[in-house]
Design a protein around this ligand. Structure first.
Ligand SMILES: CC(C)(COP(=O)(O)OP(=O)(O)OC[C@H]1O[C@@H](n2cnc3c(N)ncnc32)[C@H](O)[C@@H]1OP(=O)(O)O)[C@@H](O)C(=O)NCCC(=O)NCCS
Length: 164
């Protein structure tokens, strides 16, 4: 059985494990890097959970996917939410878990903001197709958005206007 819910402090070990796995296996997909977060303590990961906005997808009670949602505190940016840190374990891709996670984030976002934005590596065709299916549209490409070692990665910037 699949369930999606906001992470709780008791999820901290599973959260650390899946987050580090995503960073290790997909260095081009995230702004952060494995080498940095691997040095963080369990308490650091617990603090991120406590800050809120982290959603987990569970299959038979095991954390198999996640995403984060945040809103800027600046008054004139607070109509926009950011979806990030999207990762589903390979064995669960295509299962609907990723879709269930994003739909939960969008429902949460709908009570807080007017639009949700994200950035995705311009070569990440699977993720781009996935986000389009969930109603996101590309509005720009950011050249050299990430620098992974000495390699620049362009990112597609996407938005989903809520209530449309
Ligand atoms: C991005 C991610 C969360 C999407 O979840 P998912 O379960 O793979 O998504 P789905 O299978 O529901 O949808 C993927 C779509 O891409 C298609 N697809 C599958 N493999 C593909 C490929 N190699 N190239 C292009 N499209 C592909 C699927 O058919 C599906 O499209 P459709 O619904 O039109 O048939 C997941 O793939 C993932 O965690 N990837 C690694 C981390 C990552 O890239 N995160 C995104 C950071 S922005």
């Amino acid at each position: 059985m699949q369930t999606v819910r906001e992470l709780e402090p008791s999820d901290v070990e599973a959260f650390r494990e899946i987050r580090l796995e995503g960073l290790r296996l997909h260095p081009d997909a995230f702004g952060s890097v494995h080498a940095v977060e691997a040095k963080e303590t369990l308490a650091d990961f617990a603090a991120k959970i406590v800050r809120g906005g982290l959603f987990g997808g569970f299959v038979e009670g095991r954390l198999e996917g996640m995403a984060g949602f945040g809103v800027s505190s600046a008054a004139q940016l607070s109509h926009k939410g950011i979806l990030g840190g999207m990762y589903v374990r390979e064995a669960l891709r295509g299962s609907g878990l990723a879709e269930a996670i994003v739909k939960t984030v969008l429902a949460h976002a709908g009570r807080r903001v007017e639009q949700v934005q994200l950035s995705v590596a311009a070569t990440n065709e699977r993720a781009i197709r996935f986000y389009r299916r969930l109603g996101f549209q590309a509005y720009a490409t950011e050249p050299r958005a990430l620098k992974v070692g000495q390699t620049y990665i362009d990112e597609l910037l996407m938005v989903r206007f809520l209530g449309e």
